[in-house]
Design a binder for this molecule. Structure first.
Ligand SMILES: Cc1cc2nc3c(=O)[nH]c(=O)nc-3n(C[C@H](O)[C@H](O)[C@H](O)COP(=O)(O)OP(=O)(O)OC[C@H]3O[C@@H](n4cnc5c(N)ncnc54)[C@H](O)[C@@H]3O)c2cc1C
Length: 441
């Protein structure tokens, strides 16, 4: 049994990470490895966030050199030497086993000495003026207060940062966000035709020569597929005969409200049956496919984006910006905006991005102190977010935030005061490559 599970958990930490998704796991493990006494507080019963509770796969996006992306991908694919690593316009598509991931991520955290809280929502930040000094949490025993030198917000929605008064934006200029989706998994797929489709631009053809994406659009127009479901994306998982389906779509719900979140979930769950019927009728090899499982958590692509010391811009992502305070080097994924106002993509199809740096300042929110952003809530524009929101990049920003939180505690300074060179040094020691060419002194 892990040492931290032997006695009672402490109430004072160097670092608390709120949210146990890809960013939160990477942050907590990275902080603990630097000797910080670290808590990871997750509201659900499993770690992994969208990756497990959201049934989201493949892992997309990545960064240069060794980051937690490489470590987590290796961990999740361990024991699966034939794991598909499909190359598409999306880059490497990393399939996984959702069930194995739940234990492997918990095991990773516990073995690195992280104090993991499951079934424990964060209720509010504890504030001293503008500084977050801890979190109020709700354990099975009731409300408890934990204190920490630094807190990492890895809740996706930026729950802690919002309540701490950090400024944020929601959605694009008209306030609309990318749609919510409930992903699901099917099995019993006949691998003869070996059929998959990563997105609306994927030129896959049906046996009769018709383009699959056009068949989806036509079925949507006829009402055979639900409104706005104009592409049924089909991704490989780790297992033959199994596929992850990314297709349901709820536009216009404010998922930051209870009624919006339930309204979206109710709509999306009712979309699963017609999408299954569509797959059985049109997708080669899917005639006898079975619904294996649906996500437990609503898939929210976009909500709050915080305004940090630096706001990563559209141009930064398009042109491949470099920054002296880089903490994630050459991050890459397409600018992938699922249409906030209808079906398909907002800009006809995903737009290109050039491998770009993410600076430390984009992890540091304005106004709230003692706090770091990570994963999909870091500071950036709507279009920049459409690239860095993917899990491969979230793992790397989570890692950087965890390292920075641990070093803030060690140095006795706030994350805003921390010398970013120390973060770069620790990331480099882990194996990250932060600069093109020669390493800067
Ligand atoms: C439908 C959909 C499809 C996607 N497809 C892909 C894809 O194919 N590939 C890819 O790489 N990315 C994809 N993404 C994007 C990616 O999944 C997310 O952006 C990524 O998971 C963000 O990581 P995160 O750790 O920041 O947040 P999350 O994965 O959302 O994790 C946040 C965690 O915080 C917890 N939490 C929230 N509030 C609290 C609280 N108050 N107290 C305690 N815990 C809390 C949550 O339960 C969750 O575990 C998709 C996203 C969606 C929604």
């Amino acid at each position: 049994m892990m040492e931290q599970l032997q006695g009672s958990y402490p109430h004072t930490y160097d670092v608390i990470v709120a949210g146990g998704g890809p960013a939160g796991v990477a942050a907590a493990v990275s902080a603990a490895r630097l000797g910080a006494r670290t808590a990871l507080v997750e509201r659900f019963g499993v770690l992994g966030g969208m990756l497990t509770s959201g049934h989201v796969q493949p892992i997309l996006g990545r960064a240069e050199g060794r980051t937690m992306y490489d470590e987590i991908v290796a961990l999740l694919q361990e024991g699966h030497p034939d794991a598909p690593r499909v190359k598409t316009r999306n880059g490497d598509e990393i399939g996984l086993d959702l069930e194995e991931a739940k234990l492997r991520l918990l095991d990773l955290c516990l073995k690195n000495g992280v104090y993991v809280y499951l079934q424990t929502p964060v209720v509010a930040p504890v504030l001293e003026g503008r500084r977050v000094t801890g979190l109020q949490i709700c354990t099975p025993q009731g409300l408890e207060t934990l204190s920490a030198h630094a807190v990492v917000d890895a809740t996706g929605d930026g729950f802690v940062a919002a309540l701490a008064g950090a400024p944020y934006e929601v959605g694009r200029a008209d306030g609309r966000c990318q749609p919510a989706t409930l992903e699901f998994t099917v099995d019993n797929v006949d691998e003869g035709p070996h059929f998959a489709c990563y997105g609306g631009s994927d030129p896959v053809l049906l046996p009769d020569g018709r383009r699959y994406s056009e068949v989806c659009k036509e079925a949507c127009a006829r009402g055979e597929l639900p409104e706005n479901v104009s592409i049924v994306r089909i991704h490989y998982t780790l297992h033959p005969g199994e596929r992850s389906i990314n297709a349901t779509q709820a536009n216009g719900f404010d998922t930051l409200t209870p009624e919006g979140a339930v309204g979206a979930d109710y709509l999306l769950r009712r979309q699963v049956a017609p999408i299954l019927a569509f797959l059985r009728k049109y997708a080669p090899g899917f005639a006898n496919c079975r619904l294996r499982s649906t996500a437990t958590a609503l898939g929210v692509r976009e909500s709050r984006r915080f305004v940090g010391e630096y706001v990563l811009s559209d141009q930064d992502v398009e042109k491949g910006a470099r920054f002296p305070d880089v903490v994630v080097h050459r991050a890459w994924f397409l600018i992938d905006i699922h249409n906030p106002a209808g079906g398909g993509q907002a800009e006809r199809h995903s737009q290109p991005a050039t491998p770009y740096d993410i600076p430390y300042r984009s992890l540091v929110p304005l106004q709230a102190d003692g706090l770091l952003l990570s994963g999909r809530n870091i500071s950036g524009t709507h279009r920049a977010h459409a690239s860095y929101r993917v899990m491969g990049v979230a793992l790397a920003t989570g890692q950087a935030a965890g390292v920075a939180a641990a070093l803030s505690a060690r140095q006795g300074v706030t994350p805003r005061q921390l010398d970013y060179h120390l973060v770069q040094q620790a990331l480099t020691e882990y194996g990250a490559k932060l600069f093109d060419g020669e390493v800067q002194a």
